[in-house]
Ligand binder design. Structure first.
Ligand code: ATP
Ligand code: MG
Length: 238
């Protein structure tokens, strides 16, 4: 059974159909890639799933529960974590405090002691332990992106949505980010990732969905999607 199932999901901003009648599912345990040209509606779709903005129409089910119409805090506590295209870390706080926000917020009734233990474990998992007392503003972009992932992981998601975590990273950092995504999946968390770094998408995704002008134009394995004429025409190029 899919962990997430979306049917007829639509969102317009004025006359612009940002997401239009999109149907898709995410199978438990998979890494699903979400690609498409700039402005295709990818981040909007994340905003709709996470409850950051309301749907105009359609239904989103998560683990058998209807989440469309629910508020972001409820959706987070049901087990959907996310990162943002532009890192939304808490400036002026240490890395540890940032992750603690996720741990305290994401799970109701969590004791401070348990939250602190979780934070240590997550900082180690993403490889930020040594930097944990630094301020967000003092660390490079690649670490800020990883910190976003850590804070989302601290909410204990079953589904994690990553919005361009590899944008702006150098090839070594991209390779490290790919390793982290696979490690997250291997820990039992289902992943949806928006990415323009094709090398990463093609090598780690089990399946890829392509959006164009708000519509889903392809859904298949990396091999299937990358050989489709329409996808090459609108996005991948020759
Ligand atoms: N809150 C908003 N208000 C008005 N228009 C919006 C809003 N959010 C997104 N849009 C518009 O909706 C369209 C889809 O935007 P979205 O951010 O989802 O694209 P994207 O596929 O994530 O693109 P990119 O690859 O550049 O991040 C764009 O034309 C964008 O300008
Ligand atoms: Mg985007």
């Amino acid at each position: 059974m899919p962990i997430l199932n979306a049917t007829g999901v639509s969102k317009a901003f004025g006359g612009l159909k940002a997401v239009s009648q999109v149907d898709f599912h995410v199978a438990e345990g998979e890494i699903l890639g979400l690609i498409g040209p700039n402005g295709a509606g990818k981040s909007t779709l994340f905003n709709l799933i996470s409850g950051a903005i309301p749907l105009d129409s359609g239904t989103i089910m998560f683990d058998g529960v209807k989440i469309s119409g629910k508020k972001p805090d409820k959706i987070c506590r049901l087990g959907i974590g996310r990162t943002f295209q532009t890192a939304q870390n808490f400036a002026g706080m240490s890395l540890r405090q940032n992750v603690l926000m996720g741990a305290l917020f994401g799970k109701k009734g969590q004791s401070a002691t348990q939250a602190a233990a979780d934070v240590d474990e997550i900082l180690d998992f993403v490889g930020l332990t040594e930097l944990c007392d630094k301020q967000v503003s003092d660390i490079p972009l690649a670490y800020q992106k990883r910190l976003e992932v850590a804070r989302a992981l601290a909410t204990k998601p079953r589904l994690l949505m990553l919005d361009e975590m590899m944008a702006g990273l150098n090839p070594t950092e991209v390779a490290e980010a790919m390793e982290l995504v696979e490690k997250i999946r291997n820990s039992g968390i289902t992943v949806i990732m928006i990415e323009h770094v094709m090398k990463a998408i093609m090598s780690i995704c089990d399946r890829i969905i392509v959006l164009h002008h708000g519509q889903k134009i392809a859904d298949g394995t990396p091999q299937e999607v990358s050989s489709m004429g329409t996808v090459i025409e609108v996005y991948l190029g020759q």
